[in-house]
Design a binder for this molecule. Structure first.
Ligand code: DC
Length: 240
């Protein structure tokens, strides 16, 4: 028996200890930026589950499905061939739909607007939860969304609820758009954020909630670095 054979059980045991970090929070709070940095610091992978709901929405629009037809949306979610690939940064996992990249397509405003309708269908949520559980089951993952700690991984090793006031989220978004040279009106951005909060918190199927045992971080007055450090501190000392 060579060294590799001897070491293999240890490597496997070590892999099992890699943590699953579940992060939820409202739209525009910076979950992706924070989650990616945390994953990078730990040598983990990062998954934004909102992209999966957006990818399905894009596909439904492309097929001209009636978005009021819940059974058709659930069937589409199951019919799609979902692939998940790690991007060149070595951290971010992205969904591919029937072999096609959706990264650019899901940024479309029409997709964003309709994704809350698609995400409110219980059959769709069950299908995507199955995929998400498969992606996270071996740990070594930071997964963010609206129901990750409450519904997808209620037993996650670390649960984070990232929050910030609607006004602060609108300010950040306004700044971001202006920096890109795009017009941005603070009041309408804030109104859109409040309406998304209502949809995310008010829907019947897996609404956005603080999970039991979640660490709540209000980032309204914190820098990005401070938020990331607070999360990493929670992990310090645990086996990775
Ligand atoms: O985070 P986002 O705006 O890209 O998410 C797109 C849509 O998916 C949005 O309507 C919220 C919904 N979503 C959800 O219901 N559950 C998740 N785990 C992630 C996103």
């Amino acid at each position: 028996m060579n060294f590799d054979d001897l070491a293999r059980p240890c490597i496997r045991a070590e892999r099992k200890k890699r943590l699953l970090i579940a992060m939820d929070g409202p739209a525009g709070v910076g979950k992706s930026t924070v989650g990616r940095l945390v994953a990078k610091a730990l040598g983990y992978r990062f998954i934004n589950t909102g992209e999966m709901y957006r990818a399905l929405t894009w596909r439904a629009l492309e097929e001209r499905l009636d978005l009021g037809d819940a059974p058709a949306l659930s069937r589409l979610a199951r019919r799609i061939r979902w692939d998940f690939r790690t991007m060149a940064d070595g951290v971010t996992i992205r969904a591919f739909v029937d072999g096609r990249s959706v990264a650019r397509r899901i940024q479309d405003e029409r997709v964003g607007k309709n994704s809350s309708t698609v995400a409110s269908v219980p059959g769709v949520r069950r299908c995507l939860r199955r995929l998400q559980r498969r992606l996270g089951r071996d740990g070594g993952v930071v997964m963010e969304g609206r129901d990750i700690a409450t519904n997808v991984f209620p037993d996650a090793d670390l649960k984070i609820y990232l929050d910030a006031s609607a006004a602060e989220r609108a300010r950040r978004r306004t700044r971001q758009l202006r920096a890109q040279g795009k017009g941005a009106d603070f009041d309408s951005i804030r109104a859109a954020i409040l309406s998304r909060d209502r949809q995310d918190k008010g829907r019947k199927a897996n609404p956005l909630r603080r999970a039991k045992g979640a660490v709540v971080i209000d980032s309204t007055r914190l820098s990005l670095r401070e938020v990331v450090d607070r999360i990493l501190k929670r992990i310090a000392g645990r086996p990775l």
